[in-house]
Write a new protein. Structure first.
Length: 266
């Protein structure tokens, strides 16, 4: 891992230690009960990405380690409604606070707000390193979690099994051919190709271009990061991607609905 990623994961471990401590203090053992209870996976997230055309996962993102502050986003629910009404297939909510300015409160509020008026699956985007985070995501109402191969490594299969057991989808993120092999060997059904190099944090769309053809048919393919125009989104579709995950371009746009509509109208 790069120094920055190592720093992020070190911070995340401290968060998880606190989460584990809370579980140990909880007489009802909430997370353990969730992990031990089998739930049928309705695959709301996966199925939303399988529709014809290019699906859009619209991300609620305030800042990033590489780009700094992007947008204040005082009302994430309102923004999620804009995304959903415009035709986004799913909403991604960053819940990491220190490096991305998100929170678990954002996720809960978006899930509750969308359920009321515009049903739309919600992806919890964070650095998952412990089963309790998966249980927490399920408890908060997320339809899917992000699993980064560079972070979870040999725990990927275990975490995928946990997610499936409790009824939640997983977007498995890869950055190179080696990680893609790990994802495929673990039978990942939704693979996201991140165009951001985690060692340098630089963006290069060639990552998606190089890996697209190596992902088998039947696996849902999502292009992530660095898509800064409608034309680039369409290029990803031409490469065979089923969807694109877009954050910065949407949160900084004056009219994100127009962008979503233009991407969807191919």
């Amino acid at each position: 891992m790069s120094d920055k990623l190592e720093e992020i994961i070190a911070t995340k471990r401290k968060e998880v230690e606190f989460l584990v401590e809370l579980e140990h203090q909880d007489e009802s053992k909430t997370f353990e009960k969730i992990l031990n209870r089998h739930k049928i996976n309705r695959h709301r997230f996966r199925d939303a990405l399988k529709v014809a055309g290019l699906s859009i996962i619209a991300e609620i993102k305030r800042k990033s380690p590489s780009r700094g502050d992007l947008a204040p986003i005082e009302d994430p629910v309102k923004l999620a409604h804009k995304f959903s009404k415009a035709g986004a297939a799913a909403i991604s909510v960053l819940t990491d606070e220190d490096y991305f300015g998100g929170s678990t409160h954002d996720l809960v509020h978006v899930v509750e707000g969308l359920t009321a008026l515009h049903p739309c699956p919600v992806l919890r985007k964070d650095f998952i390193i412990h089963p309790y985070q998966i249980a927490q995501s399920k408890k908060m109402g997320a339809s899917a979690i992000l699993l980064i191969v560079a972070v979870v490594k040999d725990q990927l299969k275990e975490f995928l099994n946990i997610a499936d057991h409790i009824g939640i989808d997983a977007l498995v993120e890869v950055h190179n051919e080696e990680e893609l092999k790990i994802a495929l060997d673990a039978n990942a059904q939704i693979i996201g190709v991140n165009n951001r190099d985690l060692k340098t944090f630089e963006v290069n769309l060639d990552i998606s271009k190089n890996l697209a053809a190596k992902i088998p048919k039947g696996v849902i393919k999502i292009a992530e990061s660095g898509i800064s125009s409608v034309e680039e989104a369409h290029e990803m579709h031409e490469l065979g991607f089923d969807g694109v995950l877009i954050g910065e371009m949407l949160v900084k746009a004056k009219d994100p609905r127009k962008i979503i509509s233009e991407i969807g109208n191919m």
